[in-house]
Design a binder for this molecule. Structure first.
Ligand code: HPA
Length: 271
């Protein structure tokens, strides 16, 4: 991987005048609006970056954005990659390796997820404080590059406690309903059956989604502190499971987005 990584990083450095980001941001489904807060200096389409996987989803725009957000130099992925698109775990987490090589010291992640907890309603936010990985493999499977991280990385605190505390304080000050909970990652792309939602709740999940955990594992492998937040776009609990469409998920994510943007942007300001 070293050679491909080197090639990609050198290309980006050249195109972006050696821009050195401090913070990496991954924007989830329907949550690209934080980009409007960024004072953009450079922007690269994934399709033009050597070795970069291309987002196959028309609602994920697939751009790497470089700029300033609240006085910090950031690199934002507008459009993430999912395992269900057919890429390997190594491919979908390659951008995290790239961002680390470019210099990021923190990683902020957002996603859309289904609620499994009857107290967490559609449209609410949930800060992820732990996860359960139900995707079929780890992005660390295969030979370990010990220059990047250890063979058996510790996962006792995958989400930085201090970020969680600060974000909860920001949410309280802004009167935003924000929960904390466990995110379960599944492969998708189908949503869950009623029995599956029930099972995910029983094993300890508060929310379920199709992303995030691979990126978090790779960030932990490279000792990058992570903050991750979900917008709860549908409810997988209760006696009756209401059918949901992608349009509704996107609509709910967009409606809740300003709350999430406020928390992320103030959190970045506080660093
Ligand atoms: N399940 C899985 N992924 C999701 C969901 C869900 O209910 N909502 C948004 N992403």
């Amino acid at each position: 991987m070293f050679q491909t990584l080197h090639e990609t990083v050198e290309y980006i450095k050249l195109k972006c005048n050696n821009f050195q980001p401090e913070i990496g941001i991954i924007l989830g489904t329907g949550l690209g609006g934080l980009v409007n807060e960024i004072d953009v200096e450079f922007s690269l389409m994934y399709s033009n970056i050597p070795n970069f996987p291309i987002s196959t989803l028309e609602f994920h725009s697939g751009k790497l954005i470089f700029g300033n957000l609240n006085g910090k130099k950031v690199i934002a992925m507008q459009g993430r990659l999912h395992y269900y698109e057919g890429y390997s775990m190594q491919q979908i987490t390659f951008p995290i390796r790239v961002m680390k090589a470019l210099g990021i010291q923190h990683l902020f992640i957002s996603n859309a997820a289904g609620s499994l907890n009857a107290d967490f309603k559609k449209g609410d936010l949930m800060i992820i404080n732990d996860h359960i990985n139900l995707q079929p493999e780890s992005p660390l499977r295969g030979r370990n590059d010990s220059d990047m991280g250890p063979r058996f990385p510790d996962m006792s605190q995958p989400y930085q406690k201090d970020f969680i505390k600060r974000a909860m304080e920001i949410a309280a000050a802004e009167k935003i309903t924000c929960h904390q909970g466990v995110y379960v990652s599944v492969t998708g792309p189908n949503l869950e059956t009623k029995a599956e939602y029930n099972y995910l709740r029983i094993i300890g999940g508060d929310a379920v989604g199709m992303s995030t955990v691979p990126e978090v594992i790779v960030a932990n492998h490279m000792s990058i502190p992570v903050f991750a937040i979900s917008v709860l776009t549908d409810e997988g609990f209760g006696d009756v499971l209401v059918p949901v469409s992608l349009e509704e998920i996107l609509e709910t994510a967009r409606a809740a987005e300003p709350k999430m943007t406020k928390i992320l942007s103030q959190l970045i300001l506080s660093l």
